[in-house]
Write a new protein. Sequence first.
Length: 134
Amino acid sequence: MTFQQFLNQNTVDGIFKEVIISDRFRKDDGEFFKFKIKAMTQNAFEDVKRKAMFGGAPNSDINEDILNCFIVIENTIEPSFKDAESLRELGCSSPKQYLNRVLLSGEISALAEEIIKLSGFDRSVCDLAEDVKN
């Protein structure tokens, strides 16, 4: 097999992983609930960066908390933070509001970090946000 054939058979849109991010997420039997995440494509990363820019203006500063939220919302397969029934059940008007209602700030950061690592970045969200500003 050539490198080109390998790349053609291993596209980036099919990279998934299950992760444990907190001791808080345990089933009745003590087993952990796992988050199923996917890797971000370049286009997906550009979209979340745009959503996290102050005022939405190009070359503006990035709000790291918003960046984390959108990374998690857009790249977590299970549970879905976009689930309409769950949003309705908790009286949330947006996936971001729902996310902040069900996860602690550190859990959002930990999940975003796992997604970032799976996406091939070897830096933290803070480092990525700093790069975007420059």
